[in-house]
Design a protein around this ligand. Sequence first.
Ligand code: F6P
Length: 345
Amino acid sequence: MPKKTKRIGILTAGGDCPGINAAIRGVGKTAILEYGMEVIGISSGFLGLINKEYVVLEEAQLSGIITLGGTILGTSRENPFKKDSIFNSTEKPSLIKKHYDELELDALVCIGGNGTQRTASYLSDFGLNIIGIPKTIDNDVWGTDVTFGFDSALMIATDSIDRLHTTANSHKRIMVIEVMGHHAGWLALYSGIAGGGDMILMPEIEFDTSIMAKYLKKRAINKKPYSIVVVAEGIPCPKNQKAGDFIAEKIQELTGLETRETILGYLQRGGSPSPNDRLLATKYGTYAVELIAQGIYGVMVSSRNDAITAVPLKEVAGKLRTVPPDHPLIQKAMRMGVCFGNCQV
Ligand code: F6P
């Protein structure tokens, strides 16, 4: 009897980011061309498995998508294990299992961030053969050194800080820029340093507004009439305010220096992936299929010291990778006079 061809499903869940299509392409092309597998694209994340909405992906459909931002499969923030007004916490997972069986899937590749990897881990416990692929501009997935999407967002945030520099200098103003990152400060730290920010505020480092004000006033006295303040969206601030607005107001109030704010928002998630993100997403995608070919499931592909490997989903689920406060970049920036809101002036 000829060996049955493996049939794999692929879905993208959570917030989109540049590089997802490169990962879909990596999975799909490797599965079809190298292993002769069939590939089913599930629409709109886990919602597509609940509603049994999918497309059969042919190799030709995967050509020309490496440059595209977003996700050709669509995404959603559906969490099937969350109880809502209609379903209890096992009804949606049971539907997903039913549709997974009806589609005769041998494995399901879940491309997503923290929430997706947690759901992927639960589905693995539920009896599905799962491989996770980490993506997010926040770079906060536990178990990997890097997620694709981060490098592209870093380029956009850095370019934006560069642009703020010129207008800040012309007007001699303080420019506050809020970048994304959820509860982690990776994007603020990296773009803040790459963009030559003077102050970087992130959730991992407690800040003191009076120290901040002193630092900014001292810069003004020391013939540095403008300053760039990079703020992570996840810093503690009043519930009804955006972090960037809150910090800009505080600075203006405490220093009297003219201050403006920019909330970078979804621009950081849109558009074409950077070359590094295309490469990482391709490596993750191809490795995911190699694992499936070997019958290894219940793991997330990951990058450790530049090598692609796999980590059990159980270890990843429910954890968050934040910036260690003793991160070497923080130490280096502090030695160069960058203020993290806690420095003694
Ligand atoms: O997870 C990526 C991210 O961009 C976060 O930085 C941000 O807080 C969140 O998604 C917002 O996304 P949405 O509005 O789509 O939920």
